[in-house]
Design a protein around this ligand. Sequence first.
Ligand code: GAL
Length: 990
Amino acid sequence: MQLLQFLAAVFASLVVVWATDNGLQKIVTWDNGSLIVNGERVIIMSGEFHYQRLPVPELWLDVFQKFKANGMNTISIYFFWSYHSASKGKYDFTTPGKDIQRLFDAAKEAGLYVIARPGPYCNAETNGGGFALWTSDGSGGKYRTSDATYQQVWSEWIAKIGAIIAKNQITNGGPVILAQVENELQETRYDANDTLVLYMEQLKTAFKESGVVVPLTHNEKGFRSKSWSTDYNNVGGAIDVYGLDSYPGGMSCTNLDSGFNMPKTYYQWFHEVSPTQPEYLPEFEGGWFQPWNGYFYDQCMAEQSPEFADVFYKGLVAQRASLINLYMAFGGTNWGHSAAPVVYTSYDYAAPLRETREMRDKLKQYKLLTLFTRVSKGLHNTDMESNGTQNAVDSSAVWTWVLKDRNSDGRFYLAEHNSTNSKAVSDFALTARTSAGDVIIPSLQLAGRQSRWIVTDYAIGNETLLYSSAEVLTYGIFDHPVIVFYVREGQTGEFAFSTQSNITFEAFDTASDIRGISAGNFTSTKYTKFIYTQTKGSTAVRFSNGILAYLLDIPTAWTFFAPSTTPDPNVRPEQQVFVIGPYLVRSASIDGDTVSIIGDNANSISIEVYAGAAKTISWNGFELATETTPYGALIARIAGTEERKISLPALAEFKAADSLPEIAPAYDDSRWVIANKTSTLSPVKPLTLPVLFSSDYKFYTGAKIYRGYFSGSGVVGLNLTVQGGLAAGWSAWLNGKAIGYHPGNASLTLTTTAISFGNATLKEKGNVITVVTDYNGHDQTSTGPAGAENPRGILGAQLLGSANNSSSLLFDHWKIQGNAGGEKNIDSVRGPMNEGGLYGERLGWHLPGFDTSDWEMANPGTEGITGTGIRWFTTTFDLDVDEDLDVPLGIEVGAAGGTVARVLLYVNGYQYGKYLPHIGPQTRFPIPPGIVNMKGKNTLSVVIWSQTEAGAKLSTLRLFEYGKYQSGFRFSKIDGKSLQPGWEDRSGYA
Ligand code: GAL
């Protein structure tokens, strides 16, 4: 071998030689530049998704295809232990919503890698932060420490879930490339014997023992500590690839002027904490959650803004981040008590993909970055060459980051406003270093919250862009290279090619003012620079070097898709088809002369396809009348849904029944659980005995009903302390009469009220108090004193006497009732958290097929409920939506001001909405297909718990559509039947 060839071979192998692996496999390795998968560098652009929050397995692929279409190559997933394990030793991975093999299969089908995050603790604003709720009674030991009891319980979970993750690792042909242990566990002491260090070691061992061999990761809580990096004070517990989460927006939902300050310290942070590793953001602000009494996501324009994606996501890549996961990319729904008390039913999160599965502009803007990073190999392993205010530019209002490719002359400049929240319009010139010397690009502009990439020495197949201030969206290699540029309308783009000095061009749109100017610099190099002002829409330009360029404005760029022709998540420039125009392109394939596209569309429109040799476009299985443009693209019209009428039925013909017979003194509670414990494992001590914590009696989710018996007439009141989480309330009755309530308070977890019995007549024996306590989830660890072990239900119930004798006034006994079957999980399909302990829930009134024929007719709108109480309303409605349509549906509710009530919506047995009119904010509840049957019959229950004598009724109750898309996705394949088991006799739980 000649010396030069030999050196070249050695050099080529350096990436592999220098990459670090974890000693268990060599398919996923890393260095300080990026992750390396199967020997190829890849920038991970990921979106967080929680399948638990979309319990219809067929829809996982819908979401994944939307992620993929928007350029992501990875999904990051939390697996909630709570969802799979209803009781100790029991694990469900087979009922539809919990069959996670289907999840991995769908990810693979969509061409996405998976980052698996099974906890044991997740946080995630989910009930108990994801801990199995059967540990909430204290039997789970000391959470998140090396405590042996805790280790025993979580080990069960990690062994089970780990084995499924292991089976789906990339080493076995599956999509899993990384696995995260724990979440936001802060390393507080660098001491090998510290309980947290030992816990991390236990976790790492357990993951490995379950078969997990891909690199392990962790998620540092935003700049707060420096935890678990092999490069930083490693006394044990360190994982393979360090990660930092960050939610820097600081925005208020409705004030567009607040926040929007992008930190400039990511690069330094990683440089200090994990210098040998790629910069990994396991969670970066995809949106933010909203609390009870907060804003509704539709109002959160700041979080939804595409400018956020433009400035923050580009700004992260420019600080050398090469693994980015947006939390959330699709938030979904906290149906059936899966919320932690800090959030309400919707977990829309103002995420790029809306709870309704519709794409927000923020997602489309993210795509302009993801498709760029996908093909920009020079960005996959860079040095931070320089950065700063007025760095390489002539304006002190502008900051640039300059990344230099380690393997070529290529540079990536990102220009952003020095203050990222600035709305100023700044014109500036940038001096770009190219292989042909410095080039001054005079015509740059940032219009407010905008960031712009300027590339130099950027390879496109055999051609090279010497520089470009028109942003590269992507490029593809077809019969010749096609490059896609974008700039805001009215802004200037400028670029030049390296190889020839006298390139000519033909523009296929007279509106474009593109012009070529012969240029050069102090070296002898000559080149032609091309300058244009972006007009509305798109212009195609063919150059004499064979390159075809598309010049797109932003709205048009948002409709640009580059479906890949490979199942590999790491897509190469030659493995793409280009499509401009539709709402969504899910996939494309070329067969002979035909390019077949599967997608979704709302407005009838012309689409343009660039697919090399193909002559005809087929859209969702139909061949279209196709024209070929002079530059070899295909054009055809696709239909919209403008003419497609959907008729949604009115919600009427309700039947109603009382759902609170338990207040009657004679109510038969003989089958209820006797609450007589005098001690508890809970770290929180009861205020009075017996222990009335619901978890101690194995009732975890939903409302609980207590009946307390006492004797004697000398009692004048009751001091009651109840804990149901933020905004939870309760109501109490004495011998059938309402005596008091707490409406709940969005900032109080626990409420105490002294209730006066007023002039109620008491009996010498057998007085009974019925208390219904509401439930908004178990707490996450951040809520003191005991996080998920903070008890639920009654914490203390002290009878009050007329004199100073209260402490001697004791209840004779207590009974408690919760969800039917407690931890038996009798409706395993809907899972352990769906139901609570209201009478109607226990008897299965929410389930399809329950017979209401002997109920009275009454409407939750016109009649509602008079006085205090809980009344159950059920109706059915039919839908008949065409199978080629995706029509995201919602139920809207409302109530007159002053209504104090707690309202549950059950759709085909799923608790898909909790409405608190006096607390808010949510009034619109999206229901996905599969939970609602788009063709056929549906059962809707509305449960109104009126807390005051004024009663309660709904002023609004209607079905509505969020949007209407013609879709090539097979929504008709959704197996609603298996998701909606029907009613069975539950009288034993009365
Ligand atoms: C992070 C946490 C996530 C989620 C997020 C806020 O700190 O890791 O699980 O809670 O905050 O939505």
